[in-house]
Write a protein that binds this ligand. Sequence first.
Ligand code: SAJ
Length: 407
Amino acid sequence: SIVNVIGLGYIGLPTALMFAKSGIKVVGTDNNLELVNFLSNGKLPFNENGLDQLFHDALSNGIEFTNEYQKTNIYILAVPTPYVEESKKLDPKYVISAVNSVLEICEKGATIIIESTISPGTIDKYIRPEIDKKGYIIGEDIHLIHAPERIIPGNMIFELENNSRTIGADSLDIGNKVKELYASFCKSEIIVTDIRSAEMSKVVENTYRDINIAFANELAKICRIDNMNVYEIIKIANMHPRVNILQPGPGVGGHCISVDPWFLVGDYPDLTNLILTARKTNDSMPKHVLSRIRDIMREHDIRDISKVGLYGLAYKENVDDTRESPTLQLLEQMDEHLAFGVKVFDPLVKERKVDHQFMNFEDFLNEVEIVVLMVGHEHIKENAALLENKLILDTKNLSLLEGSYKL
Ligand code: SAJ
């Protein structure tokens, strides 16, 4: 039977391609007709390691793209779950409407697999009632699964095949069937659990990483005060067999790690001191970068902010995704005059997103005296020599040139 993947973004598209590559008949559905046409014409909407080849293989295996839902018995939902800043909650509207569209067309006994990240409890609170309302019996007429994705941008294709996976199901029977489906491309362990545990573990994984990065960031601030080398200290601490501290940086961006912990804070405000503090610590890093920029300007008697250039607009190395990126956070936190003066360049971000964004690296370099390395793209490692006569604030510890300033 056909697998109908709904939502062809960063997660849905590679997942659909992976199923198709392994010989399963796949139809990808997205309500963005422009995207559907783009894909049908053999073009990819974003860059990702290995995605080109995978796309090519999936096309040869007959994957199709459309804006219509298919009548079938397996649906995979990878639609956006936007985060509402004010309430610190997730907005399930796209998942709800996708589920309703599926219910209108699906075969009896169909399985709806939700891959989108959802806050713990979403399925009980918002999804089951939709299915009940239509008079379907869950477990008989419709099977529900939560199979949260775990792949990391930049290494998605490798991780689709090699990461372990979680299948949250109401019964082992249906859980094992879905496990078999994913085993068509996933070579690693696939664990079947209940839906609530699957929802929770996904958010816990990202929260763990956020807290660990916050610890590294706090250490960076402590070390700055007394001129200690935080990288050396973390390196040594990590030689201990039970210590594994992550790296400090200019902030935590992306649509996952900077968002998911808020679901726990929103739902359990009295029980999440640690999680909230970690979030605030990571959110404070762009300000710390700004104070480091000011230190350098003072030391070198540079008064004009327009001599400062931020290298990197993406949320991390080697991706073109700018969602919640530390550079955008930094620009938002600067007062208007400063934010307007500062120059920005990212070789991977081809769209103009902010004022004074340069599209050409050399033009950017010609304008600035201080280069703040916000992201460690391969591009800057290959072009480090061009930075030779600049003052460098190396927030990612790339150590490309002697004498760079650190966080
Ligand atoms: N960062 C640091 N220091 C580090 C590691 C990361 O400052 O030591 C920063 C990055 O620069 C970036 C942010 O954290 O701004 C997040 O980047 P990331 O590479 O840690 O993670 P994401 O957001 O790209 O992907 C995460 C992954 N989750 C975990 O590793 C637990 C991925 O596996 C998930 O699939 C993804 O979130 C998701 O979609 O939830």
